[in-house]
Design a protein around this ligand. Structure first.
Ligand SMILES: Nc1ncnc2c1ncn2[C@@H]1O[C@H](COP(=O)(O)OP(=O)(O)O)[C@@H](O)[C@H]1O
Ligand SMILES: [Mg+2]
Length: 323
């Protein structure tokens, strides 16, 4: 678990990059930091592996204050993936991926096995790719190697700063899918910076929306689009997504009934009943009202569907419609 306690970073007197951020990132979760350019995402992330020193506040990992940890030691236990890949061009894929395991003093057969496993994991045939140099791979393949290199030393935490944003849309989608399934199997804590809302909604367990160095909202993808905390979050998600989300399947049905009602397609004299009513009850109310059908609602009074007299007769008789 990574915990930020009132963390602030100022670069100069008037340059507050991160402002009093408190945040808990649970073990095994994939958390995305999202927000407009310059809002402090990268700075927030780089304070975790001490690439940027904190001005005030504390960051702890599993309860231990990182300021007391040795920088090099800390970074060996935190994988790091950046946008522009960052593979070492003069090393083969195998050497790149095994870098941290070798630094950690793993045995040759152990890290060689690990390299093969990881290449397999992202669909790169080990025997075909491990002896190649980074420039002999496509951008998407290089980025896959970047991701598995960050995993190689089995760090409990992985930081990813816009890792897929330089890729073409197809490779990006593929890598998002791979990351998601990878995370399910490896259960690492992943902090993922992006400015792409679709990407965040797709990969995140939890989304942290930032603006001007502060946190605007922390929520799961679903609850973020259903309940944006304020106008900034709402506009950052995009009105269209918010509207789309608020119309889940049932609500769409309800709104189509409402539309029919407005347009006069469903007779206004249809009685309204609870959707839990028995068919006999519905029949009784329809007969008493001399209507041709009824509207069924949920407990909150939201229309959920309509049932027509003819349909009801078929239901009661146990004879499918159209017979
Ligand atoms: N080394 C630095 N020196 C001065 N200002 C910086 C430095 N790094 C980042 N900043 C400023 O801090 C703010 C946050 O930057 P950053 O965390 O990189 O934003 P993001 O990743 O969200 O685009 C920006 O205004 C940026 O210009
Ligand atoms: Mg950045």
């Amino acid at each position: 678990m990574i915990t930020f306690n009132s963390v602030t970073k100022t670069f100069a007197e008037n340059m507050i990059a991160v402002n009093d951020v408190s945040l808990t990132i649970e073990k095994g979760k994939l958390v995305t930091l999202i927000g407009p350019s310059g809002c402090g995402k990268t700075t927030t992330m780089k304070m975790i592996n001490k690439l940027i020193p904190i001005t005030s506040g504390t960051i702890t990992i599993d309860g231990k204050d990182i300021s007391e940890e040795n920088d090099v030691e800390l970074r060996r236990n935190i994988g790091y993936v950046i946008q522009r890949i960052g593979l070492l061009p003069h090393m083969t894929i195998e050497e790149n991926v095994s870098l941290v395991p070798r630094l950690k003093g793993w045995k040759k057969e152990t890290y060689e096995k690990r390299v093969d496993e990881l290449l397999d994991l992202v669909g790169l045939e080990p025997n075909l790719y491990k002896k190649r140099y980074p420039l002999e791979l496509s951008g998407g393949q290089q980025q896959r190697v970047g991701v598995i290199r960050a995993l190689a030393g089995e760090p409990p935490i992985i930081l990813m700063d816009e890792p897929f944003s330089a890729l073409d849309p197809i490779s990006r989608e593929q890598l998002q899918d791979e990351l998601k399934s990878l995370q399910k199997s490896i259960q690492k804590t992943i902090v993922f910076v992006t400015h792409d809302m679709d990407e965040a909604l797709k990969v995140a367990d939890e989304i942290v929306v930032m603006k001007d160095g502060g946190i605007q909202q922390i929520a799961s993808p679903q609850s973020l689009i259903q309940h944006p905390a304020n106008d900034f979050v709402r506009s950052f998600i995009g009105e269209e997504r918010v509207n789309r989300a608020s119309r889940n399947k049932e609500e769409r049905l309800a709104s189509s009934i409402m539309k029919s009602l407005i347009q006069g397609n469903v007779p206004k004299d249809f009685p309204v009943l609870s959707q839990d009513s028995s068919l006999q009850e519905v029949a009784r109310v329809i007969l008493l009202n001399k209507s041709d059908g009824a509207i069924l609602c949920d407990q909150t009074g939201q229309p959920k569907g309509i049932i027509e007299k003819n349909q009801l007769l078929h239901e009661l008789a146990g004879i499918p419609e159209g017979v």
